[in-house]
Design a protein around this ligand. Structure first.
Ligand code: SF4
Length: 378
């Protein structure tokens, strides 16, 4: 994948947030609330985000992690990322993967190529494809129905985890049908669950600044609500470390927690930092401390989420392993290939054996799972 820089002409220079409001609340009081199993408020979350005692945050997160999942088990899934197209009209300012219509590097994968990728996944015992791509202006409901139906006919037991909420909204716009109809028809065609991609930060001020062409907060949550009402499970994500304030990170977590209270449809939460490189947003990379802190705070705030994944794909196996001591009980997926993060110059893929070795080296027991966190016999 060739990384290219998008012109920054005529675009506003991105800046780190200026609203760095610190909580007046003492983090020690919040720690007591976590230990007592009490629900945390926005002010509590803000106090933990600005707490300098990283080991304490880790300890609190692990308390919640083991309350939720008492076994010293860390799960992972054998899956493959397939990006059916990189053609996209959304123009997110942090993206280095997309190509505008007409760009010679734009592609739509032929079905045979998709089948070949799935065959490779099946050969290594894979159980799921993660299918996400660009907002292609010509690909509507007919294209995705046909694609999922063809995959379902050929691979009846394969789990199709596909189309993030913003893609579902895009299909709805292209085909001029309701979100309910898109979700219902895709489910009938073979879609099993929806990945939580494209959440970035679920605050419209932030979304307007970094991804104005993508669905806004209520739309993203609305697609997830519809999916949950259709009996689909979904994941939830967060991309932090760009133009958002600490208070907006907390607001993101609270919006997810609120929907989870209502539907219970989220299986897991995954967060990773903005990856500079090849994209229009010119901001420095946030570090390891921030990754561990964000995971720990998410784990204690999201008291109604059963699982949390550590993002080794963006952080590497060592820091990904550290995430297991800051509230994460899952190592994510093998992916086999990853194009979106790698377009921004960051990619860390390791083999199933390496995943298991990394989990064992941290003192946990590795286990393969399905999307719904059912543990598979090894
Ligand atoms: S992040 Fe997704 S929606 Fe945004 S520009 Fe990239 S491919 Fe398009």
């Amino acid at each position: 994948m060739i990384v290219r820089s998008r012109s920054v002409e005529n675009s506003e220079q991105a800046t780190r947030p200026t609203d760095l409001r610190r909580s007046s609340r003492d983090w020690r009081e919040v720690a007591e609330k976590v230990r007592a199993g009490e629900r945390l408020s926005a002010e509590d979350g803000l106090a933990l985000l600005s707490c300098n005692e990283l080991p304490v945050l880790g300890e609190l997160a692990m308390e919640v992690r083991f309350r939720k999942n008492p076994e010293p088990r860390v799960t992972y899934i054998v899956d493959r990322n397939i990006n059916p197209t990189n053609v996209c009209i959304a123009k997110c300012r942090f993206c280095a993967f997309d190509r505008l219509p007409g760009d010679p590097e734009g592609y739509v994968l032929p079905k045979d190529e998709i089948f070949r990728k799935i065959d490779e996944l099946m050969e290594v015992g894979g159980v799921q494809i993660l299918m996400q791509g660009g907002h292609h202006p010509d690909l509507g409901i007919d294209y995705y129905e046909d694609l999922f139906r063809s995959i379902r006919e050929r691979y009846p037991d394969l789990h199709i985890h596909g189309l993030s909420p913003s893609e579902v909204s895009h299909v709805s716009r292209v085909s001029k049908i309701s979100l309910e109809e898109v979700v219902g028809r895709l489910q009938k065609a073979g879609l099993n669950s929806i990945p939580g991609g494209g959440a970035e930060i679920l605050v419209d001020r932030v979304r307007r600044e970094i991804a104005p062409g993508k669905s806004m907060t209520d739309d993203w949550l609305g697609v997830m609500r519809i999916a949950h009402q259709h009996g689909m499970r979904t994941t939830a994500t967060m991309m932090y470390g760009h133009v958002e304030t600490p208070a907006e990170r907390v607001e993101h977590l609270l919006r997810l927690r609120e929907l989870q209270d209502e539907t219970g449809g989220f299986t897991a939460f995954i967060c990773w930092p903005f990856q500079p490189g090849g994209s229009e947003l010119d901001l420095p990379r946030t570090g390891a401390n921030e990754f561990l802190r964000m995971n720990a705070v998410a784990r204690v705030m999201l008291d109604n989420f059963d699982h949390q994944q550590t993002s080794f794909v963006t952080q590497g196996d060592k820091l990904g392993q550290m995430g297991l001591f800051f509230g994460c009980d899952d190592f994510g997926g093998t992916m086999l290939e990853e194009n979106v993060v790698s377009a921004a110059g960051t990619q860390c893929l390791i083999t199933m054996q390496e995943i298991e070795t990394t989990i064992r080296a941290a003192g946990f027991v590795p286990a393969r799972r399905t999307m719904s966190y059912e543990v598979l016999a090894s």
